[in-house]
Structure formats: C-alpha cells, structure tokens
Unconditional design. Structure first.
Length: 417
C-alpha cells in the first residue's frame, strides 16, 4: 500500500467526472460595430487561507460523519482568520553554503491549455475528494499546518482548470498533488560538507551542536557525522554533554573509540556547558578541526532542559546547530522541532531512520513548520549510512508505489528560493 493509496482509491471511484465540474457559459459583449469578444474569465477567489489547526476539536472533526463536513469547513475558516504565530526565524550571518536542490513536477500543459466550457469546480464531490485527501495526509502523520497548505495549493491548482477526459483527470490530480507536496520542501538548502570546509578557512575548531529529544538517534547521529568528517581527513572531538544519562556518555565514548574521534566527558550529573567548553579548549590546544556537542533532550522537564541548552549554546557559540528528529515519530517530530526552534534557533534538521519511514509525515512537515531544510538523513545502522537529503529523491521514493516515477519531471530549484 502506498502513501496515497486511500486518496487514489477515492479519486478512481469518480464514475462521473462531471460531478466535480460546472459548465460555464462564456459571456460576450458587443461593441458599436457588432463585433463580439470573449470576456476574460474572472479569477476564482481563494476559499481558504493557511490556518493553524491546533485544537483537539479540529483534529477530532476529521473523524466525524460526512454530513458534518460543512461544520468542519466553517470551523476551519474561523481558525484561519486568527493571526498566525510567528516562528522565530532569526538568521545567522550567511556562512552556510547554498546548495541547489531538485523538485518534482508532472507536465500537464497540454491538458490545462485546452479550451473547455466545463471547469473543475468546488462541487460537493470535489470537496469530498479533498476531505479524503485531508484524512490521508493526517494519517501519514503530517503536521496540521502542512495539511492545510497542501489542500490550499490543490484548490488553487485545480479549481478553474478545464475538465479533461476521465483518463486525463488522474494525471491532472497527480500533478497538482506532487506540486503541492514539493512546495512543502522548498526552503533554502545548504551543503553540509562545503559549509564546514568554508568555515574552516576562517575559524577553527568548527563547533557543531546537536539538539533534539532523547531517543531520536541524536548520539548515533553525532557518531555518523563525526565519521563522515573523519573520512574527509578532519580530526574530530565529541563532547558528551548529555550528562543527564550515564548511558549516553558511555555510548558516545564507545562510538568515538570505534571511529577514531576523541571524546571529552564527565561524570553523570556534570555541567553540560562545562563539558562543551572543555571539548573546545582541548580541540584548540591539540589543533583539532571539529567539535561535535551531543546534548540532552529530556522533554519531561522542558524548562530546565531549554535553559541548559541555552547555556551550552552561549558558552560554546556553535557555528552550526542541527535538530535531530526521528522520521518514524511523524507529527511528534514536527512539534518537537517547532518547540526546540522556539527556544533555540537551529540551522537545519537531520532525520534519522528515514529509510524505514513509509509515511513521510515528518520529512514533509518539518521544513514547512520551521522554514529550515532537512540537511542530512540517516538511512541505516552503519556509520556510513548518512546521506544528503534531496527533496526529489525523497518524493520519488515516497510516491513510487502510487504514481509511475517515469511521469515525473526533475526541476532544479534556486538555492535562494
């Protein structure tokens, strides 16, 4: 079963594609010479704007019977009129090296440019289809704002388009959906390796700080990044600044020994900021290139944790801050990323276990929710199983069970887009 299997089943059951269309008479006007001209079509107003569905009531409303769909749409419209919370998007001096990324699209110009009196319209059947898509995306653990964004983009792309033959309707819907999902991943991507090399020209050691909830693979990710940099010929010091868990200290120390990094540690309960500072001082003294700081993530004591992270950040002054999220955590990973960003702005995300995530909710939502790119992805248990995240590859793998990949068109994205 694919990511979109439920939605595509609903789309294919449209026996009468006219149920999502309205027939438009093309009005004409006459001038004094009795010459007729077609009037320009009036742009269809947007029915929705991006909103925040954060209440339990709104989430529960997805499971109501179909006859309550109108009530749900009214509630969403009311929510959309509330001012959106602004995410802290403080930008650091632009020392991150931009990396062009790729997106996906399906070419349908030959279909939508056809003249037709029948246009796709917001009929009850069309809204039923959008409701089915909404449920599909929520079941894939996508964030609620990201779901709203996809639905809004789908309406903008579909409503008013010429109604095609039934065989072509599926392609038009696929194109609109791929475009909407692709837009969620359009943030300013930067190249991890080139950024590190660029920073090394001006400063050393380079300090990389990892943040995230315990259990997301943060310590393993620290080891994978260390191994990646060591393979590039750089010397690495890891700081076991998660002093809340003795297991985390021992785990990082064991990883360091295996991959050839030095580990700076203290006893359980030690001062995390002091460990980070000691690691930097040691790197300076011995001429090491990189310091990677592994931090705690005990969300059950969020206030103390965030104050601790702020202290580590203040003391270490990291060049790069990366949020580590578990792809299998879905919407929880999105909320975690949002929470960490509200306290401590990060430069990008690393998603662990991306190879085992069939739903894709976290990857599709984190970039949209935080306006920060997914920079690296863990795709296995080995130290070498860490890759650059490429949106087009991710979407191709996610959608390949539902849509023939041969129909995809690879599109280059401006790194500053």
């Amino acid at each position: 079963m694919g990511f979109l299997s439920r939605f595509r089943r609903s789309a294919k059951t449209l026996d009468d594609i006219g149920s999502i269309a309205s027939e438009e008479d093309l009005p004409v006007i006459s001038d004094s010479r009795n010459t007729t001209h077609e009037m320009e079509s009036v742009p269809i107003p947007e029915h929705e704007v991006e909103s925040e569905w954060e209440s339990t009531e709104m989430i529960d409303s997805i499971h109501l019977d179909r006859d309550k769909k109108s009530q749900r749409l009214v509630e969403r419209k009311k929510k959309s009129q509330k001012p959106r919370k602004k995410v802290n998007t403080r930008t650091r001096p632009s020392k991150l090296v931009p990396r062009p990324s790729q997106g996906l699209s399906i070419d349908i110009d030959h279909l939508v440019e056809k003249k037709s009196r029948r246009k796709i319209s917001a009929t009850p059947a069309f809204e039923e289809l959008m409701s089915e898509l909404e449920t599909t995306l929520l079941e894939a653990d996508m964030g609620h704002e990201a779901v709203d964004e996809v639905l809004m983009a789908m309406r903008e792309r579909l409503i008013g388009a010429p109604l095609p033959k039934k065989g072509d309707l599926e392609r038009i819907i696929d194109s609109a959906l791929i475009g909407a999902l692709d837009s969620l991943l359009r943030v300013s991507y930067w190249d991890f390796d080139q950024t590190v090399q660029s920073l090394l020209k001006d400063d050393a050691p380079i300090v990389i700080m990892l943040v995230g909830v315990n259990g997301t693979g943060k310590t393993t990710t620290a080891a994978k990044i260390s191994n990646r940099l060591i393979q590039d010929g750089l010397s690495v010091v890891v700081a076991a600044a998660d002093t809340f868990r003795a297991g985390a200290i021992d785990q990082l120390s064991d990883h360091a020994e295996r991959i050839g990094a030095r580990c700076i540690r203290s006893q359980r309960g030690g001062d995390s900021a002091a460990v980070a500072r000691d690691a930097i001082d040691s790197a300076v003294a011995k001429g090491d290139h990189i310091v990677i700081i592994d931090t705690a993530g005990r969300m059950q004591n969020k206030t103390n944790l965030m104050q601790e992270l702020k202290k580590v950040h203040r003391v270490a002054s990291p060049h790069i801050v990366l949020f580590v999220g578990d792809a299998l955590a879905g919407n929880d990973a999105v909320e975690q990323a949002r929470t960490f960003q509200s306290f401590l702005n990060f430069d990008g995300a690393v998603l662990s276990k991306l190879d085992t995530d069939a739903r894709g909710g976290a990857a599709l939502s984190i970039a949209h929710a935080t306006n920060k790119p997914i920079v690296l992805a863990g795709v296995g248990q080995g130290y070498d199983d860490l890759i650059d995240f490429e949106p087009s590859n991710f979407l191709t793998q996610l959608l390949s069970d539902d849509i023939d990949p041969s129909s995809f068109t690879i599109v280059k994205r401006d790194p500053n887009e």
